[in-house]
Design a binder for this molecule. Structure first.
Ligand code: T1G
Length: 683
């Protein structure tokens, strides 16, 4: 049964796709579109065509699950070129998200009408690709190269109104009368010459002002660093102004094929499905009853408590925030308001939305005000006794059936649960600082955490715009547990003679936003410092004692100029060498390859141990954690996918070669070695 059907409305043929969940343009859909267009072309009583979709959205793109498999059925480009070739007007009726191939179908139609809530976009670059069905050639001819660049190179969708503004959409129609309005729109154009995007001339703006391409590269350099697809996308859009349509399509195909066969697209397609899989819990029934979260309580109005609260306020969920003293409470609320006002200044929120969000906030100094919360999250001092006291009080105060969550970044959730009579209600919600910005949410599942509680917070994560992954109870959960071997090796490497700036460079070149020593300078070397300059027990102590406490003092590991540009410092290098000598560590030159292997391979090993112990549901969850919580470069797919790409045998060989440097408590993962031996992968 084809997912495509056609319906006659007098002289207009409506071609309808019903291919849940998102009308992806799989082989059967493409074949159905070809048949539908051929039917319209072969019947003189049909004077116009409307193409629309049932369900939640217009075509949301090619079927990503088909990628990497032998192509079947008509290609998308072949299918949509037939639409454009028609002399009878073809109208795309758009709702939901017309994305990727879906937007290309719409571009091959002569006209596009959309409901106000619709979005249109070419997000292929987020999959490490560029549009592969002439989107990079038709779009600039309709809207111009300058308007096309952000859509193709950054890949974010635009609203129907914005699309109307730039000429991508011809009319905004009634939210509830899309089909009828589209049919009416088509009928009005029967007998008129049809406009074809491939013949458009708006793309000449890029020819008149070729500077727009370099300007775009310069403006987006940081965001696009390391990714291959954006540059290919810029070249494709530029070609649309310099070549004929046919030549341009060839150029697009060449660029597309190069990306499709590269490692970056495989990694980013892996991530697309990994992110969605992370939200699923394999051993919980899909119909597990959920708890209705109408009101949230947050304990602690510090940086974390304030940031956590903002996530719920921005999603329209009322928050009662509790502090011990009025002064801390007022300060915390002031910081939240300032954060919102800064967002509004950047135009990402209106002033009304700021007031709306802050209007949902109820400050209190009294636990009793949390009694009717459906979820309470504590973000108090990272100390087990303090947390157990808080949970004991919550247990006495908060209504039965509420979820009691800790924002702890490493403490044992099962032990915290013993402070209550309701361990099934207790779990971890580990937000990453700044909590209102970072996408990652580590959901820590205690031994007794209930299924409803867990399923509820996974759904809630999506509602507040977080990407959640479930971790078991172990020190550091998934992310911090894997960070610790990397930190340990970074410190060992500089003691053994590696230049600390080269340790940072290795991670920067790999694609991380920052290296560990840059990070330490940024955060401040004196975090947790005992403040006694005479007591020098670590390199940090020595640097702090020299008043080299990081960026804030103009010097830490690095020296900083007024613009906070860093340069390696001989003074810091000397401190390290003296320490090494004191500890009898023989220094030597260490190359970047050894640095890279010793920083990253132990992380993969730790990830394998996490899987072995059942502390993560799947390897791809570990990739999701590290990409969203720690800046692991998306275009490598995350630590576990990257290990698959370079070969698990390579990782094992590297770990064995450096075994004597990995610390006495290093444990080589059985799973890693057995998979490597069997030539298997994690994903
Ligand atoms: N192909 C296959 N499956 C897809 C899919 C796609 N394009 N998009 C979504 N799904 C599945 C998804 O895995 C999930 O499955 C379910 O649909 C709901 O998705 C030739 C080459 C449309 C905005 O990149 O951005 O066209 O987990 O959970 O949050 O030039 O899905 O339920 O089993 O994300 O409401 C370009 C990708 C492809 C769009 C909906 N298109 N999709 O978001 O639901 S490349 C895209 C999305 C291309 C052409 C090129 C989102 C969404 P399951 P969901 P959602």
């Amino acid at each position: 049964m084809s997912p495509i059907r056609t319906e006659r409305h007098d002289d207009v043929l409506v071609i309808i796709s019903d291919n849940p969940p998102v009308n992806a343009l799989g082989a059967a859909v493409r074949q159905g579109l070809v048949d539908g267009i051929d039917q319209a072309m072969g019947d003189d009583s049909i004077k116009a065509v409307v193409i629309r979709c049932d369900g939640r959205t217009f075509f949301a793109g090619a079927d990503i699950t088909e990628f990497g498999k032998p192509p079947q059925g008509p290609g998308l480009l072949e299918a949509i070129d037939r639409m454009e070739a028609s002399d009878k007007p073809v109208v795309a009726a758009i709702h939901g998200t017309a994305l990727g191939g879906g937007c290309e179908v719409a571009l091959a139609c002569h006209y596009r009408v959309a409901v106000p809530s619709a979005k249109l976009g070419l997000p292929e670059v987020k999959l490490g690709l560029i549009p592969g069905a002439a989107g990079t050639q038709r779009l600039p001819r309709v809207v111009g190269a300058e308007a096309a660049l952000p859509m193709v190179v950054i890949g974010n969708p635009i609203s129907a109104n914005k699309a109307k503004e730039i000429g991508l959409v011809d009319a905004i129609v009634g939210e509830d009368s899309l089909e009828a309005d589209a049919i009416g729109f088509a009928r009005e154009r029967i007998g008129k010459p049809v406009p074809r995007a491939s013949e458009g001339t708006a793309n000449k703006d890029g020819v008149k002002n070729p500077a727009i391409f370099d300007e775009f590269r310069a403006k987006n350099g940081r965001k696009l660093r390391g990714f291959d697809a954006p540059e290919a996308a810029i070249q494709a859009v530029k070609a649309a102004g310099e070549m004929s349509y046919e030549e341009g399509v060839k150029k697009e195909r060449e660029l597309f094929t190069g990306l499709m066969t590269g490692t970056q697209s495989a990694a980013m397609r892996h991530y697309f499905f990994a992110e969605r899989a992370a939200n699923k819990i394999d051993d919980i029934a899909k119909d597990t009853p959920l708890i209705d979260i109408k009101k949230v309580g947050v304990i602690g109005a510090g940086t974390m408590g304030g940031g956590i609260s903002m996530n719920f306020l921005s999603a329209g969920i009322p928050v009662t925030i509790l502090e011990m003293e009025a002064e801390a409470l007022d300060r915390g609320i002031g910081v939240m308001r300032k954060n919102y006002e800064r967002t509004a200044k950047r135009g990402r929120m209106t002033d009304d939305q700021v007031e709306q969000a802050m209007g949902l906030l109820t400050p209190t100094l009294d636990y009793a005000d949390l009694a009717d919360c459906d979820l309470v999250i504590e973000a108090v001092f990272e100390d087990m006794d303090v947390k157990k006291k808080v949970f004991a009080t919550l247990d006495e105060t908060v209504k039965q059936g509420a979820i009691l969550a800790s924002n702890t970044s490493y403490l044992d959730i099962d032990e915290i649960a013993t402070a209550t009579q309701r361990p099934e209600a207790v779990l971890g919600l580990h937000f990453f600082s700044p909590a209102n910005v970072m996408k990652l949410l580590e959901v820590v599942r205690g031994e007794k955490t209930g299924d409803s509680e867990l399923a509820t917070v996974m759904k809630l994560a999506k509602r507040i715009g977080k990407i959640a992954a479930v971790s078991g109870v172990c020190p550091g959960f998934i992310g911090n547990r894997m960070l610790s071997p990397r930190q340990q090796q970074a410190n060992a490497l500089i003691m053994e003679g590696a230049n600390y700036w080269e340790v940072d460079e290795v991670l920067l070149d790999f694609g991380f936003p920052m290296g560990p020593f840059q990070m330490s300078d940024l955060a401040g070397l004196d975090i947790g410092w005992h403040r006694d300059p005479a007591r020098i027990e670590s390199i940090r102590d020595a640097l702090c004692a020299m008043d080299r406490r990081g960026q804030k003092t103009g010097a830490g590991f690095y020296d900083y100029d007024e613009a906070r540009q860093r340069t390696p410092s001989d003074a810091a290098k000397k401190v390290i060498a003296e320490f090494a000598e004191k500890q009898g560590v023989e220094q030597r030159d260490i190359g970047k390859e050894e640095i890279k292997e010793r920083l990253l391979y132990p992380m993969v090993n730790e990830g394998a141990l996490i899987l072995e112990e059942g502390m993560a549901q799947r390897a791809s969850d570990i990739d999701v954690v590290w990409i969203n919580g720690y800046g692991w470069p998306l275009y490598t797919g995350g630590p576990m996918f990257w290990a698959d790409t370079i070969g698990l045998d390579t990782v094992v060989a590297g770990l064995e070669a450096h075994r004597d440097k990995l610390g006495e408590d290093f444990k080589l993962s059985e799973m890693l070695t057995s998979k490597a031996a069997a030539g298997e992968k994690f994903n």
